[in-house]
Design a protein around this ligand. Sequence first.
Ligand SMILES: Nc1ncnc2c1ncn2[C@@H]1O[C@H](COP(=O)(O)OP(=O)(O)OP(=O)(O)O)[C@@H](O)[C@H]1O
Ligand SMILES: [Mg+2]
Length: 264
Amino acid sequence: MSADILAVAGLAKHFGGLRAVDGVDLAVRRGEIVGLIGPNGAGKTTFVDLLTGSEPPTGGRITYRGTDITSLSAHERSRMGLARTFQVPRPFGDLTIRENVLVGALFGRGERRGGRPEALDLANRCLERAGLSAVADQSTGSLSTAGLKRLEVARCLAAEPDLLFLDEPLGGLNPTEVKDALGLIRGLNDSGITIVFIEHIIPAVMSLCHRVVVLASGRKLADGDPSEIVANPEVQRAYLGDVKAAVRRFGARRRAATRPGGAA
Ligand SMILES: Nc1ncnc2c1ncn2[C@@H]1O[C@H](COP(=O)(O)OP(=O)(O)OP(=O)(O)O)[C@@H](O)[C@H]1O
Ligand SMILES: [Mg+2]
């Protein structure tokens, strides 16, 4: 059997004239943590949407554990062991934290393996692993950003994934929370889950990932060893361009605000 858990060929998503994902090839090996980085709007989330079945691609092919899954639904992919956290967590607000995780257990692989008692047991183990047991019966509204990110992980774990996409799991966390989250993610990988990790915090990517892939304007710019990738001048230009654009936008807003009659 191939060592690749995932093989992506020529994957594309065009929104009208916008090429959000523009012909990307990628292989992910079993057991890897692959970092997926790139400037804002590079197409990272859209790429994950295509891989997990939230959006249909406009071109290309996705092979998971040797099976072509390109036209399978998100639910079918989930039952095969693909899971993703959302960049902006969107829990079911009218369910408790435990019930949210139970949804993952009922609709992921657990669905095939028995009824509610087994699913509840699995959900409880996932809550424990994500450090949420003590608050499991509270509403999701009580969770901080870090708690919501943990809930995303617990919900995914309950689906018993082989391949997990984490879309900016560290966004909005303080340094202590980042350290804890990295420990949790490392533990998931140690337990056999292959991980694709999208993140803007480069030191975290460097410390966690076996390999780094860079997307820019929907295209794969680089793919390789983390330290080589970060030193790659083309990668630096892609990120630097982003920073310069942000500084220019900030400057324009300041000028508009200080102009007589300008916005505050
Ligand atoms: N449903 C959609 N309709 C139209 N354009 C979209 C849609 N979803 C995403 N886009 C556009 O596709 C491009 C890629 O967006 P995407 O969210 O995938 O980027 P990203 O790399 O995840 O960015 P970030 O780092 O900010 O999360 C952007 O230009 C975005 O505006
Ligand atoms: Mg994104």
